[in-house]
Design a binder for this molecule. Sequence first.
Ligand SMILES: C[S@@+](CC[C@H](N)C(=O)[O-])C[C@H]1O[C@@H](n2cnc3c(N)ncnc32)[C@H](O)[C@@H]1O
Length: 407
Amino acid sequence: MHEPEAVLDDAVLDLSGESAGERDTDSSSPFFVSKKAAAVFKHEILRQYVVPFASKVGRYAPDGRVVYVDGYAGPGRYEDGTPGSPALVLDSAARLADFRKLDCYFVERNRNSYRSLSALVADADEQGLAAHALNGRVEKHLDTILAAAHGSPLFAFLDPFGMGVSFDSLTQQVFGSRTQLGTTGAHATEVLLNFNANAVRRIGGLLKSTKEYPGKAATLRAMDATCGGDWWRQEFLDSADNAEAVDRITDGFASRVGAAVRASYWTIEVRNRADLQVAYHLVLFSRHRDGLWLFGEAASLAQKEWRRACVPPAREDMLFNPGDTFDDEEAERDAQWIATIRANIEGLLDKHGDFVVDHHLGKVLAGVLGLARGLHIRAAIKDLYKNGKTGCKGTGEVRQLHVTRPS
Ligand SMILES: C[S@@+](CC[C@H](N)C(=O)[O-])C[C@H]1O[C@@H](n2cnc3c(N)ncnc32)[C@H](O)[C@@H]1O
């Protein structure tokens, strides 16, 4: 999984997303009034992932310092007080404070949002956390932040409304500023970005339109810059529909970045509701197998929270509360995933004989990648042991379990 060609896999999750387009949106816009189910997944990922990431990569970092960059930070909190990505990450920084220093850089272009963000950062500063709010375009601040990150592990979250930093900036400036030799400790570098499907559909649509709009050529060129060339145009035109175009272009983008920076990646579909079109993909680039594993764990937990957020609120005219069946439905899902993993493991035992889970993770999780996590693998192995189908009891670090044929 270290090499781009050995990508963990694409996880296909029915999750929610946002579709605010590319307009400049500030803290007083409806987008930031209250958190929609749309934002639950990405926020839950941050909540679940930043602490284990910083704990792990900061172990060998000077002073336990890990740098976090939020390039499109927003106001920090929604108007109703719900945490946005900056407030969530500052909470993680506080949880880490006894053993890691999470040095947070938040960049926001819009003045009103920046004002709210600054107030949040000032509070964090008073608590003794390391946090900086920067006003302006992320492109303007990136070099300074990357220089400050020198010698420390780095996690960057890039969450624009439309297209974000250019392909060259991502590959040469962000990853290029980090040593190519190291993948761990002070050199660890990960980027989580929002690749906006609405922007792909909208900008791709221009290719099929015969009308001339002001700015049309510039918009297409901006998309070229994001994607690292105009290859995406043919992908769009060759696709049967917009859904296929979004898939092909997201995969093309992720695999090109992965190859350029020698990183593996996850891409996760994010929808507003299971029956709606994809709003965006969350894409994680990591050069380390442990990072990919931890991200899969976080993705599994995060999507459970998204499903919970999607349960419609009870109404007086309803005979039952839709929330009442949530736990039963989750238990049913768990059982299905465990059955899938059990069958996968039996197939692997037939084909390879004894094996270590970590050497065949993609195949162990085939069909449930991004949905299930370590505890489901363990449950499947324990179940097989109980039924005399393996000699492995399923105890110990799950990735290192040695699954053997029954003796
Ligand atoms: C999707 S919102 C961010 C939401 C935030 N990450 C969260 O989860 O709470 C995108 C933000 O990026 C800001 N923005 C747009 N272009 C920017 C740029 N070039 N540099 C920095 N911020 C930018 C917008 O003003 C907006 O507040």
